[in-house]
Ligand binder design. Structure first.
Ligand code: NAP
Length: 488
């Protein structure tokens, strides 16, 4: 890739150290980032380039230790890094910063806003005032894009005053995951699935994003957000869109984003009248995760709170393709397992020739399932009914055809940020959210939150290390279905 400049505002923060710089290092190792590229970390502390490089060296020590190719490349990568002290909330220091960054008008310049959204407007205005907002400039913004529709608009308008929409890259790192991109490949690269991809043949869809971690010392920050805003508004709805969208005409960014937008706009509204039947929110209590005792959310926060650390929703896409097909979404912290997956459950066969489960002459035929595992152990399983080998009559059992990414493709699975950062440099917005998508997602989310607030009832407690409140099990079981559990 031609040399470029990447400025990480918030270059000493958790996101920069844990995700962005390791991702850039991997791209460097693979030869995608060449000499001549400059990577700047920006924060308020005074610090030399050398001190910054030392800090990044520590941050990547783990990945360097695990791979000799990375270890060999670290010094050359660190030589691309620089540090600049700048208070993003202030007007001072920008002209000097611009002088350094601004040379080479044709160069691609990426400004990654790895800072809180309250700084976005000032950063956009300052970049414009020092002439750094022109054509070659791209800005990357992280979630949260607002805490509701109104605040998202304020952020998007502040960015829109300065940048064209094509210059703004709103990251949802789930979209950069290999398995999520593979969902598009599976659906539209195979003739097998698309004819069946509709209400006539699909019974329901489940999307689970489960974390074992709690709020990790950031309870005060998390308490202003909660699982609905932090996970559902972006990651889960984006996954739902990719499952439910109509086939786009091409892989062009707007072709895909137009289709995702239609799904968001077709979601059945959930609000005061139906939130109690269609949603469950929970909050973890003390328990044990991976054999370790962990405190409850309120103990970590040190006070009362109605913020949810778990949410389950029965969503419906109101269009011809999906009429009557529920999309069960659930996400939570301090659950039994760290796991994200999409499960598409097909309808049962209309008639079994293998005996009648009602008279005990056969066990019921399980419906086919396509399970797309996003993490860990990325891969795809297709669950099919098979005859159990042997002479014991026609005994049937559910067996998975297993396509493990690690086994099939070998090697390291690149992190989502690697793909996304390189797409920003290339100027390819396919895996980023357009402004109208963000607005449409909030339009669906805001009434759910409003209904919860109007109801005044507390989130349902659940024990850390379980699968959320029992009401989340009831949400799906009262429809005669169950949450998927991998049997093999
Ligand atoms: P963090 O660890 O608190 O880091 C914030 C960074 O911003 C630090 O480098 C901080 O350095 C700098 N900063 C803060 N105020 C500044 C100012 N006025 N001027 C210049 N620099 C300033 O936060 P983070 O976890 O990296 O998250 C950054 C943003 O990304 C947040 O909006 C977060 O919601 C979002 N995000 C994070 C993750 C993640 O995995 N961490 C994932 C998704 C989204 P100084 O204090 O020294 O200035």
């Amino acid at each position: 890739m031609a040399p470029f400049d990447l400025v990480i505002f918030g270059g000493t923060g958790d996101l920069a150290m844990r995700k962005l710089l390791p991702a850039l290092l991997h791209r460097f190792v693979d030869g995608q980032i060449g000499t001549g590229t400059r990577i700047y970390g920006v924060a308020r502390d005074a610090r030399s380039d050398e001190a910054y490089r030392g800090r990044v060296r520590e941050a990547v020590a783990g990945i360097a230790a695990a791979d000799p190719r990375v270890a060999e490349a670290v010094d050359a990568f660190l030589a691309l890094l620089h540090y600049r002290q700048l208070d993003l909330a202030s007007e001072d220091g920008w002209p000097a910063f611009a002088e350094e960054i601004g040379h080479g008008p044709d160069r691609v310049r990426v400004f990654y806003l790895a800072v809180g959204p309250s700084l976005f407007a000032n950063v956009a205005d300052r970049l414009a005032s020092v002439g750094l907002a022109g054509g070659g400039t791209r800005v990357v913004v992280e979630k949260p894009i607002g805490k509701d529709g109104a605040s998202a608009q304020v952020i998007n308008e502040a960015l829109g005053r300065v940048f064209e929409e094509s210059q703004v890259f709103r990251i949802d790192h789930y979209l950069g995951k290999e398995t999520v991109q593979n969902l598009t490949a599976l659906r539209f690269g195979n003739a097998l699935f698309e004819p069946l991809w509709k209400a006539e043949h699909i019974d329901h869809v489940q999307i689970t994003v489960a974390e074992t971690v709690g709020v990790e010392g950031r309870a005060a920050y998390y308490d202003k957000s909660g699982a609905l805003r932090d996970m559902v508004q972006n990651h889960l709805l984006q996954l739902l869109c990719l499952v439910a969208m109509e086939p786009p005409a091409s892989l062009a960014a707007d072709a895909i984003r137009d289709e995702k937008l239609k799904v968001l706009r077709a979601l059945r509204p959930i609000g005061n009248g139906n939130a109690s039947q269609m949603t469950v929110r929970g909050q973890y209590r003390a328990g044990a995760v991976d054999g370790q005792a962990v405190p409850g959310y309120l103990d970590e926060l040190g006070g009362p709170s109605h913020t949810e650390t778990f949410v389950a929703i029965k969503a419906e896409v109101q269009n011809w393709r999906w009429a009557g097909v529920p999309f069960y979404l659930r996400t939570g912290k301090r659950l039994a397992e760290r796991m994200s997956e999409i499960v598409v459950t097909f309808r049962r066969v209309p008639h079994s020739i293998f005996g009648d489960p009602a008279d005990g002459s056969a066990s019921p035929l399980a419906p086919n399932k396509l399970v797309i595992r996003l993490q860990p152990d990325e891969g795809v399983k297709l669950w099919l009914m098979n005859k159990v080998p042997g002479p014991g009559g026609m005994r049937m059992r559910e067996v998975a055809m297993d396509l493990s990414f690690a086994e099939t493709f070998g090697g390291r699975q690149p992190d989502a940020y690697e793909r996304l950062l390189m797409d920003v440099v290339r100027g390819n917005p396919m895996l980023f959210m357009r402004r109208d998508e963000v607005d449409a997602a909030w339009q669906w989310i805001d009434p759910i939150r409003a209904a919860w607030e109007a109801g005044h009832d507390a989130p349902k407690p659940y024990t850390a290390g379980g699968w959320g409140p029992s009401a989340a099990v009831a949400l799906i079981e009262r429809d005669g279905r169950t949450w998927h559990e991998d049997a093999q």
